[in-house]
Design a binder for this molecule. Structure first.
Ligand code: FMN
Length: 152
């Protein structure tokens, strides 16, 4: 199974988390690619990969800049994503109480609506915590992979 890490960011935290996660996946001898969502086309979504989305939140619960074209294409083209598997990790800040992590939730809702299948729970990173963002993503993804092997 190929793992593709796709990040949507505005100020770089999701990219840091994506690179840290990819390094840990490579250290486990698994194949992994990392892409910014702004340079990843919805036409590239395939059945043989597990897509790991790392997505922050901006504005009032909106998607970050680099995720906007991908989300807009999903909304307009509405591809059938049946058979596409993904995991979702949201970066946000509990300072923004009502919209905490809503960017990832919004992207998750859209992928599910189009038939894609999420593996595991949505991971969360709170910028108000002192936890390094990459560590949070690595610990969360280990749990996601356990779920994948348990259902094989
Ligand atoms: C102007 C601004 C608006 C934000 N709005 C939200 C928000 O509505 N909800 C939330 O959970 N986090 C919000 N955040 C926090 C970011 O999502 C958080 O800092 C995240 O780690 C940024 O990741 P990035 O660097 O990958 O974009 C906001 C941050 C800024 C600077």
């Amino acid at each position: 199974m190929k793992i593709q890490v796709l990040f949507g960011t505005e100020s770089g935290n999701a990219e840091i988390a994506a690179e840290d996660l990819a390094e840990s996946i490579r250290n486990d001898n698994q194949e992994v690619e990392v892409h910014d969502l702004s340079s990843f086309s919805i036409a590239e979504l395939q059945h043989d990969s597990l897509y790991v989305f790392l997505c922050s939140t901006y504005g009032e619960g909106e998607l970050p800049n680099t995720a906007l074209p991908f989300y807009a294409d999903l909304s307009v083209v509405r591809p059938d994503l049946s058979g596409v598997r993904y995991a979702m990790f949201g970066l946000g800040d509990t300072f923004y109480k009502d919209t905490y992590g809503q960017g990832a939730t919004k992207l998750d809702d859209k992928l599910t609506e189009l038939g894609a299948q999420r593996t595991g729970e949505i991971g969360r990173y709170d910028a108000s915590s002192w936890e390094p963002v990459g560590e949070g993503a690595v610990v969360w993804f280990a749990g996601v992979l356990e779920g994948v092997s348990a259902t094989r």
